[in-house]
Design a protein. Structure first.
Length: 143
């Protein structure tokens, strides 16, 4: 016989947010499924009934129910994952922007990735990547 767990306690505001997520046709479907799980668990349904109703695994229901219980609405979002550490972060970006405000070296009408990289002692690739990310057109920058 499946065990009964204590229903989730949700505030009216949380229920309204969850229902809005479920109704959103263009939203992330993973988030929709998680919101449906939490809404179903806030009623008098057993975990196995919720899993059968939504067509997911019982362990999935336990996971999102417990994450919601612990973190609230923020618990429905994915946790940060490991990845390659940032090599050239905000500090480097600020240096690039500051250097772009200065006049280019003698003999140049504008800064380019190569000369910015040399001046800041960073690879030109990093300069171009930053420029593309921030929609800075170095080929159109004039002093």
């Amino acid at each position: 016989m499946p065990r009964h767990s204590k229903p989730l306690e949700c505030t009216q505001e949380q229920i309204e947010k969850l229902q809005a997520i479920v109704r959103d046709k263009t939203g992330d479907q993973r988030l929709v499924e998680r919101a449906q799980i939490v809404l179903a668990c806030s009623g008098e349904h057993r975990v196995d009934q919720v899993a059968n109703k939504l067509g997911c695994n019982v362990s999935t229901v336990y996971k999102w129910r417990d994450r919601f219980r612990q973190y609230g609405m923020d618990g429905l979002c994915d946790s940060p994952r490991s990845g390659r550490p940032v090599i050239y972060g905000k500090e480097t970006e600020e240096k690039i922007l500051a250097k772009l405000r200065e006049t280019p070296p003698n003999g140049q009408a504008r800064w380019d990735g190569q000369s910015l990289g040399k001046a800041l002692d960073i690879p030109a690739d990093a300069v171009w990547r930053f420029a593309r990310k921030n929609n800075i057109r170095l080929d159109r920058q004039r002093s």
